[in-house]
Design a protein around this ligand. Structure first.
Ligand SMILES: Cc1ncc(C[n+]2csc(CCOP(=O)(O)OP(=O)(O)O)c2C)c(N)n1
Ligand SMILES: CC(=O)[C@@H](O)[C@H](O)COP(=O)(O)O
Ligand SMILES: [Mg+2]
Length: 639
């Protein structure tokens, strides 16, 4: 392709096929334009910025050297894939990123053939890549498989399980380790220190030692005359690393922003015909955008922002976020209880525990992206008499389910699970929605499960969890701001398994669990106004269920609506089970439940999603009329 004067190169490149027509000398300009496009886009959509900026050159080089989509390119987490989306036929929709009906903020199979594997959660790429590689071998195909994984994501067990398996297989798999010395926060752990040492200690000596061994696999670069760039690439072959011990060929470290280095190395790697290979690429998170480079989180995830100043749009801030309320409450409890310790799996800011860490550095543990370990580590702490608060997003706790069951619940250990982001999360979509915790925790013997109806209730639940020592206890709360209720001076210890009635009526009962309570109260206003006297109750506990409360609601009302921001099989299922067992469904009671549908909900505006699934006041009112056999309020009035 010829470079048209004054025409941005990016305008000529809508697919990797277009990209491959460019001269290598043009790729620098293309990368610069791509970076600008990413910044510009995220300034209007918000989203994950720093990670994508760090892999602009890598993205260009990968699509240039490899024959995507025939060659399978798998991005770990997928939060760094915006440059990839722009280059793979999605530039025209890039400004719909993370909006309802628009592009996902992560890789997604159903969105594009260039996304062979979807993600959102970390550390899956090597396992998936090995699956693709083995399937290719069984089919007798020749395509390459490339997994790109970050240094933070390398801390998770899955990555080691995958390397352990890949290192023992003959399958040809390319793993690119994108080392930017950052997770969301600065990375923690021995692996992170090891990578830092590896980067700073590479020497030519190791190279020569490994030369012979590599010769077998790398005939091309060692036998053919080489250009200066290839000479550089050759200079990067080293040995004796942890990765080599695991059976990988290790290449690197290389400067991931230097296309003159990336291109020949990737080309040579492409031409290796067997075995797993790991290319260690060093990049800078937030590269090329000064406000991101200089910020401590490298603009990992941002709201909409002003491109010139980097200033992000602030939230309306009417009420404190649940995360902040949790962070303050746990710090307060810890002041008077030195047994309290906190654990996060690489989300110190996301869970609010960074504030706890400032106050109690010795009682705070960031274990890296390692949810399974976080849970069992907490179990060990609890077994020795400490009071661990293990703060994990609902969606990420899914990864540690066996640890919750086997290491915590069966042994009845008093681990306190602070489950943030429970319910709809909006722009991150299905991979991050906290849909299932009520279902997967309430079915476990020995478990106490609470859900905060508002930010004041969350303070009480923190106090309750701190005081409860008889077994595991969990409390869930949603992403975002509270309802603006009055805050208590101090958390009050709640009676385990006891709900509360907020307003009393006689015809309709709304039994809410969690933060949809506000919508239930609004619905009750409407129902009362329509002549349907309405009770609103807050179950507070999904387990143990307040059977007395449920019996009273069932016995004294004509309609009972159960409202929860959770999946099928959650709180409603527990209530139905009890109603059926107790014979309470055998009278004239009309019971309905409002929960998340049996579907994975795509990303979008949170309020819009509530409307779509009927989990707002309007949906609750409609459900009541539906139960009474009327479609609308007017139908009801006419009847
Ligand atoms: C299982 C899981 N836990 C936590 C997260 C939240 N998370 C998303 S990206 C990220 C940091 C990843 O670091 P790294 O792989 O180095 O990528 P970088 O952002 O530095 O490019 C974390 C902790 C996640 N997506 N999945
Ligand atoms: C990619 C990822 O998993 C996280 O960055 C996540 O998007 C954070 O979500 P919150 O913004 O809710 O903390
Ligand atoms: Mg990183």
């Amino acid at each position: 392709m010829t470079d048209k004067p004054n025409t941005p190169l990016l305008d000529q490149v809508s697919s990797p096929a277009d990209l491959r027509k460019l001269d290598p000398a043009q790729l620098r300009q293309l990368a610069d334009e791509l970076r600008e496009e990413v910044i510009d886009t995220v300034s209007v959509t918000g989203g994950h910025l720093g990670a994508g900026l760090g892999v602009v050159e890598l993205t260009v080089a990968l699509h240039y050297i490899f024959d995507t989509p025939q060659d399978r390119l798998i991005w770990d987490v997928g939060h760094q894939c915006y440059p990839h989306k722009i280059l793979t036929e999605r530039r025209d929709r890039i400004r719909t990123l993370r909006q309802g009906g628009g592009l996902s903020g992560f890789t997604k199979r159903k969105e594009s053939g260039y996304d062979p594997f979807g993600a959102g959660h970390s550390s899956t790429s090597i396992s998936a890549g090995l699956g693709f590689a083995v399937a290719r071998d069984l089919a007798g195909s020749e395509n390459n498989v490339i997994a790109v994984i970050g240094d933070g994501s390398m801390s998770a067990g899955m990555a080691y399980e995958a390397m352990n398996n890949a290192g023992a297989q003959e399958s040809r798999l390319i793993v690119i380790l994108n080392d930017n010395e950052m997770s969301i926060a600065p990375p923690v752990g021995a692996m992170s220190s090891y990578l830092a040492r590896l980067v700073s200690s590479r020497t030519f000596l190791q190279l020569r030692d490994m030369g012979k061994q590599l010769l077998r696999r790398m005939p091309k670069i060692f036998h053919e005359p080489v250009s200066r760039a290839e000479e550089y690439a050759r200079g990067m072959w080293t040995g004796g690393t942890l990765f080599e011990e695991l059976g990988f060929y290790y290449v690197g470290p290389i400067d991931g922003h230097n296309l003159d280095h990336l291109l020949p190395v990737l080309k040579n790697v492409r031409d290796v015909k067997d075995g797993p290979i790991l290319v260690h690429v060093v990049t800078q998170k937030g590269k090329g955008y000064e406000p991101a480079e200089r910020s401590t989180d490298k603009y990992h995830g941002v709201a909409k922002f002003d491109v010139v100043t980097g200033a992000q749009v602030k939230s309306s801030g009417k009420a404190p976020s649940y995360t902040k309320v949790f962070a303050e409450a746990i710090a307060k409890e810890a002041e008077t209880d030195d047994k309290i310790v906190t654990v996060t799996a690489a989300m110190p800011a996301g869970t609010g525990l960074d504030k706890f860490a400032e106050k109690f550095p010795k009682r705070f543990f960031d274990v890296g992206i390692a949810e399974q370990h976080a849970v069992t580590f907490s179990a060990g702490l609890a077994a020795e008499g400490l009071k661990p608060f293990c703060a994990i997003y609902s969606t990420f706790l899914q990864r540690a389910y066996d640890q919750v069951v086997h290491d915590v619940a069966i042994q009845g250990l008093p681990v306190r699970f602070a489950i943030d982001r429970a319910g709809i999360v909006g722009a991150d979509g299905a991979t991050h929605a906290g849909a299932f915790d009520l279902a997967y925790l309430s079915c476990l013997p020995n478990m106490v499960v609470m859900a905060a109806a508002d930010e004041a209730d969350l303070v009480h639940m923190v106090a309750t969890a701190a005081a409860y020592n008889d077994g595991p206890i969990a409390f869930r709360y949603p992403r975002g701001e509270g309802r603006g209720v009055e805050m208590p001076e101090k958390g009050e210890v709640l009676e385990i398994g006891r709900g509360r009635v907020l307003r009393k009526g006689s015809k309709v009962a709304l039994l809410s669990i969690g933060a949809r309570l506000g919508q239930c109260l609004m619905a009750a206003d409407e129902l009362d106004a329509a002549g349907l006297s309405t009770t609103v109750a807050d179950a507070r506990f999904a387990k143990p269920l307040d059977r007395d409360l449920v019996s009273r609601l069932a016995g004294n009302h004509e309609v009972l609506i159960i409202v929860e921001e959770g999946s099928v099989g959650g709180f409603s299922a527990q209530v139905f089970d009890f109603l059926a067992d107790d014979g309470l469904l055998e009278n004239s009671l009309k019971v309905r439940s409002l929960h998340l549908p049996d579907a994975f909900l795509d990303h979008g505006n949170t309020e819009a999603i509530y409307g779509e699934v009927g989990l707002d006041a309007k949906g609750i009112v409609s459900k009541v009329f539906e139960a009474l056999g009327h479609q609308t309020v007017s139908d009801f009035r006419r009847a």
